[in-house]
Design a protein around this ligand. Structure first.
Ligand SMILES: *Cc1c(COP(=O)(O)O)cnc(C)c1O
Length: 419
């Protein structure tokens, strides 16, 4: 199906195969699947025949979502999870053990930083690079390192990872590269095409698109060769060849943790996914236009967006994403008080901790999603006290511009009155 474009592939690239001709994979709201004979079930349980057994392990609706994401991300298999955090946790613990180290980007999603703090209790230590360059990762690699981790576009730092260069650095050191592609989506970039080994999504965001289901997914490239000494847990799964990573996950941690995706949420994701390309096209265009506009309305607004020529990541983003830059921008407005007043003055954006909705969303990261970090760690993560994060939706751009302008002018007057 690779002769088709992104949108056609989403719609027609995987078969539904429903006996009644359903146009969407129906919700198989079943816990378990029965067989005619004990022999058949024995085969399914022992990987001798393919079949569905129990929804914590696999399910037809969940599988149809997995197949579509595998196709879009150019992997060979996927495992859908209950949330983005469950996907990250499963993807990493499938290969790590006590004593191992992760080298990770700075400016990561706050929940992931908290996950790395939780890992410390199990002897897994994370070292952060201060700059998102291949040299910075290389410098932090030790004989204990077992994984390199970065987000395609850092949230909310909005730094852009040079996936190709960092994959080369990882592979030169015998390490796999795991990329969280939530913010960019496969619409902008397929990290596996650039050398990443594992891709994770919080599909709660752009993939779902309507904020109606929490979910996550792990996509496996099939390419990384696991060294038996460095990754002893993988040894027993070598017989699965390029599928070893997913075979270990499905037969091990994934079924033991039980953080499976519910069939209902897989169905909602399948519906939302059909318009991913359309939404991203519109949201990226809106974000660029809004960012450029905000740059012109006042020198006291500092706008950060990879699509702006002023962004340090503009050139890399242009090259890696082919002229689209994602739909998240940040604004620095001078003080926390003004950031709050501006957020409260905006009429259209919803105030909440989410990204990737069709509606425009705003948040003050320093007091919410990054509140657990020290001020120093916040700055390293690209979080500032006077900063507003905007997840740009599909509204009519003129309405968004007008709304941001009135919020800007309102809060400027108040500041002048106070001064
Ligand atoms: C939201 C998010 C997550 C966590 O996903 P959940 O579905 O909320 O568990 C991980 N990474 C990034 C970049 C996110 O934006």
């Amino acid at each position: 199906m690779s002769e088709y474009g992104f949108n056609t592939n989403i719609l027609h690239g995987t078969a539904i195969n429903d006996p009644h001709g359903a146009t969407h994979m129906p919700v198989y709201q079943n816990s378990a699947f029965c067989y005619e004979t004990a022999e058949e079930l024995e085969k399914v349980f022992n990987n001798k025949a393919f079949g569905f057994s129990y929804t914590r392990i696999n399910n037809p609706t969940v599988e149809s979502f997995e197949k579509r994401i595998t196709m879009l991300e150019k992997g060979i298999a996927s495992v859908a999870c209950a949330s983005g955090m469950a996907a990250l946790c499963n993807a990493m613990l499938n290969i790590l053990q006590a004593g191992d180290e992760i080298v990770a980007a700075a400016g990561l999603y706050g929940g992931t930083v908290e996950l790395f703090e939780d890992f410390e209790a199990y002897g897994i230590h994370t070292v952060y690079v201060t700059e998102n360059t291949p040299e910075a990762y290389e410098e932090k690699i030790t004989e204990k390192t077992r994984l390199i981790f970065a987000e395609t576009i850092g949230n909310p730092k909005l730094d852009v990872t040079d996936i190709k260069a960092i994959a080369e650095t990882a592979h030169r050191n015998g390490l796999p590269l795991l990329i969280d592609n939530t913010v960019a989506t496969p619409c902008l970039v397929r990290p596996i095409e650039l050398g990443a080994d594992i891709v994770v999504h919080s599909s709660s965001k752009y993939i779902n698109g309507n904020s109606d289901a929490i979910s996550g997914i792990i996509v496996w490239s099939g390419k990384f060769r696991w060294d038996a000494e460095r990754y002893p847990g993988m040894a027993a799964y070598r017989k699965f060849g390029p599928m070893a990573y997913v075979a270990k996950l499905r037969n091990g941690l994934f079924r033991s943790f039980g953080a499976c995706l519910s069939p209902q949420n897989a169905f909602l994701n399948n519906l939302g996914l059909e318009t991913l390309g359309l939404r991203m096209e519109r949201q990226c265009r809106n974000a660029l236009e809004l960012a450029e506009y905000l740059q012109t309305i006042g020198a006291d607004l500092q706008v950060e967006y990879p699509g702006l020529k002023s962004s340090a990541y503009h050139e890399l983003a242009e090259k890696q994403f082919g002229g689209r830059f994602g739909a998240i921008l940040t604004l620095r407005v001078g003080s926390k008080e003004r950031a709050f007043r501006m957020i409260n003055s905006l009429k259209l954006p919803l105030i909440l901790s989410n990204i990737g909705d069709t509606k425009t969303l705003v948040i003050h990261p320093a007091s919410t999603i990054a509140a657990h970090l020290t001020e120093e760690a916040q700055i390293q993560s690209g979080v500032y006290g006077d900063q507003i994060r905007v997840s740009v939706g599909i509204e009519d751009i003129e309405d968004l511009k007008k709304d941001f302008l009135q919020a800007y002018e309102n809060t400027r007057e108040e500041q002048a009155a106070e001064g």
